[in-house]
Design a protein around this ligand. Structure first.
Ligand SMILES: [Zn+2]
Length: 91
């Protein structure tokens, strides 16, 4: 369960409400967008690992780890895309 004052919500995450997310993995992130290195909520590091799952907004502004996705998906009302058309070149 997530508390309203969960420490992870102290980060700058307010503009992540009701957005669309693509699923991806650490290996893809390392290959395509290594400039962001950690989860925006819990600051977990991205590893070069295809078995580490991540969620990213369409504009690739940040990453959300699997744990934080599960904990906050209801609170933030995320919509999940299929992950096949991630436009990695967008900043
Ligand atoms: Zn996280």
């Amino acid at each position: 369960m997530v508390e309203k004052d969960d420490w992870r919500l102290l980060n700058d995450v307010d503009d992540l409400r009701s957005i669309e997310l693509n699923p991806t993995d650490g290996e893809d992130i390392f290959a395509n967008a290594p400039h962001l290195k950690h989860c925006i909520f819990c600051l977990d590091l991205v590893n070069d690992d295809k078995f580490q799952f991540w969620y990213i907004p369409v504009n690739i502004s940040c990453y959300i780890c699997e744990n934080c996705y599960r904990d906050f998906k209801d609170m933030f009302m995320w919509k999940i895309l299929d992950g096949y058309d991630i436009d990695w070149k967008r900043e």
